[in-house]
Design a binder for this molecule. Structure first.
Ligand code: PMP
Length: 299
């Protein structure tokens, strides 16, 4: 747990009560540990205000329904609990992780009779310490194309943040890192670009038109939707469409979006012996700047 500074001293909201970090435990026979019968969210708070909290809680509830988890807490309960987690832990800028999972009564496949549990934890990763408006950008990323293919929508619900969806994403990220890359780009079954292991992907052409995959074989990320709105309001044309690997040679900029990392610029995408370098960053910089203004305004 090296990136979490205050987590071990924190209070975690567990099934409606606050417990200490050490008491927030599950049994080894927890159904979700065996069969990934769990769903989660990633929320980011700026100056104590969680950005787009309602959208995240709506998605958590949707994800829980998609796995037929019997979540007893209402949307309002979860919103209130999230605010309390921030307050009780005295957090300013933090990452918030809600999780809903099936309990340990049986380890039978299915497990519909098992209890459903929920928790919300929050902590401040090191790079959130500086004021959000002043945070510098990480070095642009070097990506590779993963050999794993994203499932079709008939195989899994990409709009649910279910733990099972992440089995392959974890592996794709580990493989990319083992090869010296920062992250992996995943393709869909038709070999169009889908997304990265925990972020959506955008490309910009020489006419300043922004292209991003349709949210069919990828999560329709909340940051993705926010960036599309910001770009459209600034007058950029944004096209959601199928994007082939061959085409990305013609793009001049590339960036990723996600709640935790906001907007991350991409320097290169490698595909075996082919390395595509993205030379420009101007529009990505403009969009990131606008995004940071928006997250601080959203009270
Ligand atoms: N795709 C995947 C697979 C993700 O895990 C995430 C992070 N939740 C995203 C995209 C970006 O989604 P959001 O902008 O809602 O954080």
């Amino acid at each position: 747990m090296n990136l979490q500074h205050n987590l071990k001293d924190s209070l975690i909201w567990l099934d409606g009560k606050f417990v200490s970090y050490n008491d927030a435990k599950v049994h080894v026979l927890t159904h979700s540990l065996h069969y990934a019968s769990s769903v989660f969210e990633g929320v980011r708070a700026y100056n104590q205000v969680p950005f787009k909290l309602e959208e995240h809680i709506d998605r958590l509830i949707y994800s829980a329904q998609s796995l037929k988890l019997d979540l007893k807490h209402t949307k309002q309960d979860l919103i209130t609990a999230t605010h309390q987690v921030i307050e009780r832990n005295n957090l300013q800028n933090c990452y918030i992780r809600p999780l809903v999972w099936r309990g340990d009564e049986t380890v039978k496949v299915g497990g519909k009779q098992n209890s459903t549990h929920a928790m919300i934890a929050a902590w401040t990763p090191k790079h959130y310490y500086s004021s959000p408006g002043q945070q510098t950008q990480a070095t642009p990323l070097n990506l590779t194309i993963s050999n794993f293919i994203r499932p079709t929508p008939a195989m899994t619900d990409h709009q649910a943040k279910s733990s099972g969806n992440y089995a392959m994403l974890n592996l794709a990220k580990i493989e990319a890192q083992e090869q010296g890359f920062d992250d992996a780009v995943m393709l869909d079954i038709n070999h169009y670009i889908a997304e990265c292991t925990a972020s959506n992907i955008f490309f910009i052409d020489n006419q300043s038109v922004i292209h991003t995959p349709l949210p069919v074989c990828c999560l329709n990320g909340i940051t993705r939707q926010t960036i599309i709105d910001i770009a459209s309001k600034l007058g950029y044309k944004v096209i959601e469409r199928d994007i082939s690997l061959q085409e990305i040679h013609h793009f001049s900029e590339c960036f990723l979006t996600g709640t935790a990392a906001e907007l991350q610029k991409v320097q290169s995408i490698s595909n075996r012996n082919d390395k595509i370098i993205f030379k420009n960053q101007q529009i990505s910089d403009i969009l990131l700047q606008e995004y940071r203004i928006m997250v601080l305004k959203d009270k």
